[in-house]
Design a protein around this ligand. Structure first.
Ligand SMILES: Cc1cc2nc3c(=O)[nH]c(=O)nc-3n(C[C@H](O)[C@H](O)[C@H](O)COP(=O)(O)O)c2cc1C
Length: 160
């Protein structure tokens, strides 16, 4: 029997995750970024990761055009950044209050993130309404701090 979208979404709320902001900077489209929890390690040699982006989101096109992107894992103090990059304002405004520097690939690394992966685009595969975007990690930045978490529709923090 088919699982409805509502049943699927409710079930998936039981999956606890971190929160990332995926960013790109392409000559035509400029700075783009969106909040993404669908992030996963793929391979260590070569170092590859994936993110799943809704086909309707703008950032996918920027990644395709520039051939690069960054995955910024948010720190617990960055809940506001997560909301900002989850919509409701222009991409320009999303970056206005979020200090960033360009990584080696040119992709924007958010300055206060817990960790950033600077990636080149390896492949993208269509699955349902989403693009599975696979990247090869060219550089990493790690900072001390604690992660922002997301579980059952709410932000959480580690308590241990
Ligand atoms: C905590 C959280 C996690 C999210 N995870 C994803 C995700 O994994 N993939 C996705 O396509 N959208 C995800 N979204 C929704 C996008 O961030 C949102 O639709 C964003 O506005 C898309 O960018 P756009 O405004 O350029 O379309 C998430 C939103 C939140 C608040």
């Amino acid at each position: 029997m088919a699982v409805t979208a509502d049943e699927f979404k409710k079930a998936l709320q039981y999956w606890a995750s971190g929160v990332t902001v995926v960013t790109a900077n392409s000559p035509k489209l400029g700075l783009q970024g969106m909040t993404v929890s669908a992030f996963c390690s793929v391979s260590a040699e070569p170092p590859q990761i994936l993110v799943c982006l809704n086909e309707a989101a703008d950032t996918g096109e920027g990644i395709l055009q520039s051939g690069c992107f960054a995955v910024n894992v948010l720190e617990k103090a960055q809940q506001g950044i997560s909301n900002q990059f989850a919509g409701g304002c222009s991409h320009e405004d999303r970056f206005a209050n979020s200090p960033w520097i360009a990584g080696d690939t040119g992709a924007p690394l958010l300055a206060e993130s817990l960790m950033s992966l600077d990636c080149t685009l390896v492949d993208r595969v269509k699955a349902g309404t989403h693009w599975i975007v696979i990247g090869e990690v060219q550089a990493v930045v790690c900072r001390e701090g604690e992660p922002l978490l997301y579980y059952r529709g709410a932000y959480r923090q580690l308590n241990a």
